[in-house]
Design a binder for this molecule. Structure first.
Ligand SMILES: NC(=O)c1ccc[n+]([C@@H]2O[C@H](COP(=O)([O-])OP(=O)(O)OC[C@H]3O[C@@H](n4cnc5c(N)ncnc54)[C@H](OP(=O)(O)O)[C@@H]3O)[C@@H](O)[C@H]2O)c1
Length: 262
C-alpha cells in the first residue's frame, strides 16, 4: 500500500538556487516543512540570510550562500559547502535563471545571449555535474531543473530565454539517462505564468493601469482563471524530490493552469 510518508523529505539535504524570492523561496520553505535541511542561494547575501532566518523561525535548518549561477568556479565550492554543513547532499533544485531584457531575434545582441545562457544553461549543467559527482559517491540523489512553458512554445521577444529553457528540457533527459543506474533521478518542472518578479518585469515599464490590464488579460487567457502563485509549484517539487516519484526520471511536468490544453 502507498504510504504518505513517501512524500517526506525528513533527514534529506537540499540545495535550492535562486531561493531569495519567487518559486525558489516557496520551494525552500516547502522542503523545510517536508523535513529537509535546505541550502539556499542567490547573488545577494542579505536576501538569502533573510530566507534562512525565516526557515529557522519555523524550526528548520538552513544554510544561506551568496553564489552567482553564471560563474562556473562557484559550483564545486557550493556543493562542498553544503556537504560540509550538513554532511550529505540529496536534492539539487536548479531554479535560478535570468531574463534581463526582451529583444526580437533581429535585435538580440551577443551579450544578452551570453548572460542568459551562462546562468540558465551552462550554470545549470555544471552545477548539476558537481552535485551528481557527490550524489553518485553517496549512492543516489535527485535533481530538479526549472524550465518554462516558454521552452516548449516560444513567446515573442524572449527567444534566447526560450532557447535556454528548451535546452534545459534536453539537459534533464541527458543527465537522467546517464545517471539512472547511479540512482540519481533527474526531472524538470515547466511553469507557465507565475506571479513573481521575473514575470512582472515584463511589464514593469508600463504605467500602472496598463500593468493591471495586462495582468487581467493574462489571467483570463488561463483556463484555471488565475496567474499561478509560487506555492502552486511546490507540491510538484516535493513529489519530484521525494520517494513518491521513485519510478520517474527524465520527465518535464508542465504546470501552466491549463494553457497548453488549448
Ligand atoms: N515566474 C514565471 O512566470 C516563470 C515561468 C516559467 C519559468 N519560470 C522559472 O522559474 C524560476 C524561478 O523564477 P521566478 O519567477 O521565481 O523569478 P524571481 O522571483 O525573479 O527569482 C529569481 C531568483 O533567482 C535568483 N537569481 C537571478 N539571477 C541569478 C544568478 N545569476 N545567480 C544566482 N541567482 C540568481 C534571484 O536572486 P538575485 O537576483 O538576488 O540573485 C532570485 O532569488 C526560473 O528558472 C524561471 O525561469 C518562471
Amino acid at each position: 500500500m502507498f504510504e504518505l510518508s513517501r512524500f517526506s523529505l525528513e533527514g534529506r539535504v537540499a540545495l535550492v538556487t535562486g531561493a531569495s524570492r519567487g518559486i525558489g523561496h516557496a520551494t525552500a520553505l516547502g522542503f523545510s516543512r517536508a523535513g529537509a535541511s535546505v541550502a539556499i542561494t542567490s547573488r545577494k547575501q542579505p536576501d538569502v540570510d533573510a530566507v534562512a532566518d525565516e526557515i529557522r523561525r519555523m524550526g528548520g535548518r538552513a544554510l544561506p550562500i551568496a553564489s552567482h549561477g553564471g560563474r562556473m568556479e562557484n559550483h564545486a565550492a557550493l556543493v562542498d559547502a553544503v556537504v560540509k554543513e550538513f554532511d550529505r547532499f540529496d536534492i539539487l533544485v536548479n531554479n535560478a535563471a535570468t531574463s534581463p531584457a526582451m529583444a526580437s531575434v533581429l535585435d538580440t545582441e551577443e551579450r544578452l545571449w551570453d548572460t542568459i545562457m551562462n546562468v540558465n544553461l551552462k550554470g545549470l549543467y555544471f552545477l548539476s555535474q558537481a552535485a551528481a559527482k557527490v550524489m553518485k559517491k553517496n549512492g543516489g540523489g535527485r535533481i530538479i531543473n526549472v524550465t518554462s512553458s516558454d521552452g516548449i512554445k516560444a513567446s515573442q521577444g524572449r527567444s534566447v530565454y526560450a532557447i535556454s529553457k528548451a535546452a534545459v528540457i534536453m539537459a534533464t533527459k541527458a543527465f537522467a539517462g546517464e545517471l539512472a543506474r547511479d540512482n540519481i533521478r533527474v526531472n524538470a518542472i515547466a511553469p507557465g505564468a507565475v506571479d513573481t518578479r521575473l514575470l512582472n518585469n515584463i511589464w514593469l515599464n508600463l504605467p500602472e493601469d496598463q500593468q493591471e490590464t495586462i495582468r487581467s488579460q493574462i489571467a483570463e487567457a488561463i483556463p484555471l482563471g488565475h496567474i499561478g502563485a509560487p506555492d502552486e509549484i511546490v507540491g510538484a517539487m516535493i513529489y519530484l524530490a521525494s520517494d513518491a516519484s521513485s519510478y520517474l526520471t527524465g520527465q518535464t511536468i508542465l504546470i501552466d493552469g491549463g494553457v497548453s490544453v488549448g
